[in-house]
Every structure is written in structure tokens, then in C-alpha cells.
Design a protein around this ligand. Structure first.
Ligand code: SAH
Length: 191
């Protein structure tokens, strides 16, 4: 494995370490609203494949070698910068969203609209972090399949999810969310 492939898997370990404690805690939460569709479950499964399973196949076997390419080393280091940014944003989003986080669209009984911290700048830091990640991936995993599969799935996921999520937030929080939308950007900070 080359250094950039190693860095990719170290990043996976760091994100797992950030994520696991919160995911355990939130399982005890009572939900008042849950919108999980088959389409969404499928996309979440494909994201898991694109982020973890296919990269493992790429790193541990020679099955995908026919699709390898090779970039100059500055491009690999640019990938490191992007993935470090992804981890930083992921960490802050976890710290600020806390138990209101969900892998899908859920509102808990004690749901709180978070507008502080990184959520005071952008409404979708988790997805911003994933954007940085899918840009980093083809720079670190230099293979047409392992590098790009996550990007392709995430574009689809993002387009469907954000719309449905903002509808749910507007139904739940009304004007409070409308006002919040006016003050913040989606994944890019508003200047
Ligand atoms: N889109 C956000 C949150 C992703 S987690 C991000 O990218 O960081 C998805 C869950 O977060 C959904 O169940 C949604 O109801 C909830 N959510 C989204 N924005 C929120 C906010 N500002 N405050 C509280 N919960 C929020």
C-alpha cells in the first residue's frame, strides 16, 4: 500500500472514533418522527460500499488494478489536505449537533434546532465534510473505481437528501428554520 492509501484508512479510523460514541448514545433516544424510505436505505448502503468496501478491495487485492492511474505527488498531498478538512468539519459537526444527529431523517422527542457553532455558518456541515471527502478520495485512492464510486453515489444522495431534510426541518421548526436558512449557507458559507 502506498502512503496515500494508508492515509485514507487512517482517516476512516479517525472518523469512526469520532462517530461511534455518539451513535451509541443516540440509540436510546425516543423519536417523534421518522422518514426512512427504501430509496434512502439503498443509497446509505451504497455510500458504505463506496467509502469502505470498495477501497478495502482496492487496497487488499489486485482485482481493481486494471483501473489504476497515477497522479503527481502534489495531487496526493492535496488529497491529504482535503481529507484533513473533512475530518475537522466532521468533528465540529458532531460536537455541535450531538444527539440530534441521525443517519436518516428523524426528529427526536427532545429535538433541538442547532444554530450555534459550525451550524451558525452552514446548515449541512456533515454533508460539507462528505463533499471534501469525496473530492479527496480520487486523489488518495488512484483508481477509477475506488476513487470515484463514492463521489457518484454521494452526488445522488446529496440531491435527494437535502431537499427532503429541509422540508422536514421546515415542517418541524417553521419560521425558526426559515430565518435560520436566511442567515446561513447550505454547504458553502455565505459571505
Ligand atoms: N444536514 C445536517 C445534519 C445531518 S444529520 C448536516 O449536514 O450537518 C440528519 C439529521 O439532522 C436529520 O434527522 C435532521 O432532522 C437533523 N438536523 C438537520 N439540521 C439540523 C439542525 N440545524 N438542528 C438540529 N437537527 C438538525
Amino acid at each position: 500500500m502506498d502512503v496515500f492509501t494508508w492515509i485514507y484508512f487512517i482517516a476512516i479510523v479517525i472518523e469512526t472514533a469520532i462517530h461511534t460514541p455518539l451513535n451509541k448514545k443516540r440509540k436510546a433516544e425516543k423519536m417523534s418522527e421518522r422518514r426512512i424510505t427504501t430509496q434512502e436505505k439503498t443509497l446509505l448502503g451504497l455510500l458504505f460500499l463506496g467509502m469502505l468496501v470498495v477501497p478495502i478491495i482496492y487496497a487488499a487485492s489486485n482485482w481493481l488494478d486494471f483501473a489504476n492511474y497515477s497522479l503527481p505527488s502534489w495531487a496526493g498531498w492535496a488529497g491529504v489536505v482535503f481529507i484533513a478538512g473533512a475530518i475537522f468539519v466532521f468533528w465540529r459537526a458532531h460536537a455541535d449537533l450531538g444527539l440530534n444527529w441521525s443517519p436518516s431523517l428523524e426528529i427526536r422527542e427532545k429535538h433541538e434546532l442547532i444554530t450555534r457553532g459550525i451550524y451558525g455558518i452552514i446548515r449541512h456541515p456533515m454533508y460539507a465534510s462528505q463533499w471534501l471527502w469525496v473530492i479527496a478520495q480520487p486523489l488518495l485512492l488512484q483508481n477509477w473505481i475506488a476513487g470515484f464510486i463514492n463521489l457518484v453515489v454521494f452526488v445522488l444522495f446529496y440531491l435527494l437528501r437535502v431537499k427532503a431534510e429541509e422540508e422536514l426541518m421546515l415542517e418541524t421548526f417553521g419560521d425558526q428554520y426559515r430565518e435560520y436558512m436566511q442567515k446561513t449557507g447550505g454547504v458553502i458559507p455565505r459571505l
